[in-house]
Write a protein that binds this ligand. Sequence first.
Ligand code: NDP
Length: 310
Amino acid sequence: MTANILFAAQSESWDRYQTPLTRALDRTGLAYDLRLDFAPDQVDYIVYAPNSSVQDFSAYSRLKAVLNLWAGVEDVVGNPTLRVPLARMVDHGLTRGMVEWVAGHVLRHHLGMDAHITGQDGVWRTQVPPLAQDRRVTVLGLGELGRACAASLAILGFAVSGWSRSPKTIAQVTTHHGDAGLAAALAAAEILVLLLPDTPATANILNARRLAGLPRGAIVINPGRGALIDDAALLAALDSGQVSHATLDVFRTEPLPADHPFWAHPRVTVTPHIASATRESSASEVIAENIWRGETGAPFLHLVDRALGY
Ligand code: NDP
């Protein structure tokens, strides 16, 4: 039986994926047909990404799984027409990219690099930066990405705390969990990194009350999702000095509208959702592995819990 695979990930380039995905599928030994177009009732697997050409799955009568090319699934997880397993992307390249972006931005703020990069004025100021061991960093979300970032920051020497829904053990990281653990995690966040998914439970999690629970002058770094932050509360916290800088990669509306106050704010750094990306060579292996699993009766990897939304 041939597995028919629809590449419906419009925000990802077919030109970039066609060769690595074909190679990865060839290595599985499966009979398959990978295309940009099929009659819906002929499709076994959909490779999916935000803004996919498929928004209504009702006609896909023999569909076995939807395989998301992105880690975040907020645009598809609540789709009522989706009645088959949904897998998200867990990709080595995506994880390493996020670790590098987070480490870079944490180090920027920890070392006070801006003072030298943008403030070169002929004055010899000999202020030596502190050591990482004296800087408390908290990562909210200890999944594939948050765990890797927390562990890497701990290896750099930072005093790292983390927070997740369920309990976790990570070497050299102080972990908290559940609603009861959030206040302690925030209180330890001179630098706060948000790596939570966008779900009903995490929407606006960084609101005025939670921002007030950070140490004064904290740094907020958000490569998670825009909906995690109450934008107006963050702007107020920046203006009051409760938050001294925010580095934001993700926004409620993307691209971030040109007139959004984040662009012009002197203590906000905007990066255009580039913290990390699925890398086509390693991601193709993940997609092929899951299709092989579907065809051989093995359990799918990286399944999304539809009730939790991630
Ligand atoms: P995972 O699903 O692996 O991890 C999510 C983490 O968040 C888990 O530790 C989970 O807890 C925790 N969590 C979820 N809901 C809650 C809650 N209500 N309370 C406390 N903790 C919660 O996701 P990833 O690490 O792979 O990715 C995280 C997010 O990063 C993605 O959803 C996406 O939004 C974003 N992202 C951004 C990119 C960018 O370029 N800016 C690129 C890729 C991803 P538990 O472990 O207990 O389940």
